[in-house]
Write a protein that binds this ligand. Structure first.
Ligand code: RP5
Length: 278
């Protein structure tokens, strides 16, 4: 599905749009994007809303087991019952590939450690600062490297989703079988027991976003300061991940959606907090 190109300055909902392609409308009414709901969403899986029922949804609130509030504040719902993307026009109407009309909440765990030599000494970079490493996965859908995050399911919490998605994508918890369940649970508990440091909550610039459905996330950093806490993890790609690795975190990495911005924030925060041993 091709998006309608949005000319510069026409992203805000209130801005006029150049005359529509058929020449019948101008101003705000001239914006006529293609409408798209992917077949997998329209088939009505348990994780997806029914677009035709959107007028019954409690937007801007927690609607039963589904959180339809936005980190971006109150969003507008148009007279047809369609919530409007708080960041403006995207050139595509409908739900696209997303399961929720309106905000789709995700959780992204950024798991970090300092790079060390096999005997445990810190590796210093060219600037004499330690090198931060982060666990990244390679997404099967786009082939891009990304934080191993995922959607917060109906009735679930951000905290549980952080550890669940990390287990599934970076430790292959679903594929290893019951014999490994207890050992994996112990590893996951060790990584997530601190509760982590909240890095970001809000909109994510995801390629699936549409005018009426968009991604928002909670990003939390879990850091191993001494290489002993969880520095050694039995990484194995699982579920939606084709690969997983500890990757040196650098400013300006090429990553999925807005993930490079989140990693930059963690790099800055950890660099500020790091003190050389006396
Ligand atoms: C991104 O999509 C979020 O930041 C999160 O990493 C991810 C969730 O979607 P799935 O990985 O479940 O497709 O926008």
């Amino acid at each position: 599905m091709r998006r309608l190109a949005i000319p510069d300055g026409c992203v805000p909902w209130t801005s006029d749009f150049p005359t529509s392609q058929d020449g019948t409308a101008s101003g705000v009414d001239a914006y006529k994007p293609p409408f798209y709901i992917a077949a997998v969403v329209a088939a009505g899986p348990v994780w997806a809303d029914n677009w035709r029922e959107r007028k019954t949804f409690q937007f801007n609130s927690v609607d039963g087991r589904v959180n339809r509030t936005s980190f971006e504040g109150h969003y507008t719902v148009d007279p047809h019952g369609s919530p409007l993307n708080p960041r403006g026009r995207t050139g595509l109407a409908g739900m696209g590939l997303l399961g929720r009309v309106g905000p789709n909440h995700a959780a992204d765990p950024i798991v970090t450690r300092w790079q060390r030599t096999p005997d445990g000494a810190l590796v210093l970079g060219e600037d004499d600062q330690p090198v931060l490493e982060v666990v990244l996965i390679k997404r099967r859908d786009t082939g891009e490297w990304a934080i191993p995050g995922g959607m917060v399911e109906a009735g679930d919490t951000v905290g549980r989703t952080l550890s669940k998605e990390f287990g599934e994508e970076a430790l292959a918890s679903l594929e290893r079988g019951p014999a490994h369940a207890a050992a994996l649970k112990a590893v996951i508990d060790r990584v997530f027991r601190s509760g982590g440091t909240l890095i970001y909550t809000g909109y994510v610039d995801d390629h699936r976003n549409t005018d009426n459905a968009w991604m928002e996330t909670s990003v939390v950093n879990f850091h191993d300061p001494d290489g002993q806490t969880f520095g050694q993890l039995p990484l194995r790609a699982g579920d939606d991940a084709g690969d997983v690795a500890w990757v040196p975190a650098e400013p300006g990495m090429q990553l999925y959606a807005s993930h490079a911005l989140f990693i930059d924030q963690v790099c800055q925060m950890r660099a500020r907090a790091w003190k050389p041993s006396p």
